[in-house]
Design a protein around this ligand. Structure first.
Ligand SMILES: *Cc1c(COP(=O)(O)O)cnc(C)c1O
Length: 400
């Protein structure tokens, strides 16, 4: 038995804001009622503004981000199609595996875990592909295993510069609603996310954005699919209905999440993620530890993957945090197990919560045997948060 809150600083599921939790505490309702569209139609519109699209379409699948990966692939490609993908962490690796399982001919570019999407290599491969054999390029916007944010618009540019027609797929599961994402401007064809990360909801909804070009490709796609058939979904969605029972509680939660984000302003939400993440990074640096992300331009504002010193096992740090201090952090995935722990800093989060996380990391590292100065990381983060105006040089000017 434990007193107080159990703290959750994993990169999903994230903390659910109290108004969202309460919004979901409603009676079951008739998903064929004449007024059901009053709830659902606005969700498509709200998600479109989060994805920054006016021309694309949004679909909401009962499922998770992984389900939407499958939906995106099976609705727009053909068996044996050649696709270009990269592996820079656990999630991009799983996506490659899925594409292979589904029968695609995957050209994989392997880069070190900690690197971003290999835009130059993508560009070279696309340049060589004179007769457009490659039908799709896949980008993991934010690799949650390594805390690396890649440049989606640079991949779009690589496609354009090579006059290449491939579809652009983006995994935005740990970026959408937290990091800048421009579906229309970057001409992303398929974007997938889940409810339990930046959207601050329980798991259970897979969210997919499809461009007109993707919808056009869906008309001739011959891959096998059943549950995730776009056409079944779109036909019913037109009036706000679904081809199978949708999770209405999650819809009520999503309504409130979208309202909260709109109230704060999407730009401010993105700015807050930067400000909070920067404090976390200053603490990590004050401890003398380094991130898995190779370069500061790749640092993720939603999750930091931190390398522990060689004589420390990151699993001990995680166990101490959980058992002694009631707090969860993310583990090192795949080859990073034992070497890395991750701090999730996305969703419903503020300075005080980040300082709690950092203070518990500090104590856990200390107990695990790392000779650090207690307070050093927390102090560095406080120094950043306390002088928050420095982080926003435009603020004074705007206020005058
Ligand atoms: C969490 C995550 C996934 C998996 O999403 P699920 O909703 O768990 O299926 C995929 N990609 C990235 C980048 C993620 O962070």
């Amino acid at each position: 038995m434990r007193n107080g809150h159990k703290h959750l600083f994993i990169p999903g599921p994230t903390n659910v804001p109290e108004p969202v939790r309460q919004a979901m505490n409603v009676p079951m309702q008739d998903m064929r009622a004449s007024d059901f569209g009053d709830l659902t139609l606005g969700l498509f519109e709200g998600m479109k503004s989060i994805l920054q699209t006016t021309t694309g379409e949004v679909m909401l699948f009962p499922g998770s981000g992984t389900g939407c990966w499958e939906a995106a692939i099976t609705n727009t490609l053909n068996p044996g199609d050649k696709v270009l993908m990269a592996r820079n962490g656990q999630f991009s690796t799983l996506w490659v595996e899925m594409a292979q399982r589904l029968g695609l001919d995957v050209e994989v570019v392997d880069v070190p875990w900690g690197a971003g999407m290999p835009v130059k290599e993508f560009s070279r491969v696309l340049g060589r592909d004179k007769d457009d054999k490659i039908k799709a390029v896949f980008v993991t916007h934010n690799e949650t295993a390594t805390g690396v944010t890649s440049n989606v618009s640079a991949v779009r540019k690589a496609l354009d510069e090579n006059f290449h027609d491939a579809l652009l797929f983006v995994d935005g599961v740990s970026s959408i609603g937290s990091l800048e994402f421009q579906m229309d401007t970057w001409e992303v064809d398929l974007i997938v996310t889940g409810s339990q990360k930046g959207l601050m909801l329980p798991a259970g909804l897979g969210i997919l954005g499809a461009s007109q070009k993707a919808l056009e490709a869906a008309k001739t796609s011959t891959m096998r699919r059943a549950y995730f058939e776009f056409e079944d979904m779109r036909k019913m969605n037109a009036d706000g209905y679904f081809p199978y029972t949708p999770p209405t509680q999650l819809f009520h939660g999503l309504r409130t999440s979208l309202d909260l984000i709109a109230e704060e302003g999407l730009e401010n939400v993105i700015e807050r993620h930067h400000r909070l993440a920067e404090g976390v990074r200053r603490a990590i640096s004050a401890w003398g530890l380094s991130l898995v992300a190779e370069h500061h331009t790749l640092y993720s504002n939603t999750v930091s993957a931190v390398r522990v010193p060689q004589d420390i096992d990151a699993r001990d740090v995680l166990r101490i945090a959980y058992e002694d201090f009631n707090t969860s952090f993310g583990s090192g995935l795949g080859p990073l197990a034992g070497k890395v722990f991750r701090i999730g800093h996305l969703g419903d989060l503020n300075e005080g919560m980040c300082l709690t996380a950092l203070s518990i990391v500090e104590m856990s590292l200390y107990r695990a045997g790392m000779p650090l100065q207690l307070g050093s990381g927390v102090g560095a983060a406080q120094a950043w948060y306390a002088t928050e105006d420095h982080a926003r040089p435009g603020l004074h000017i705007a206020a005058e």
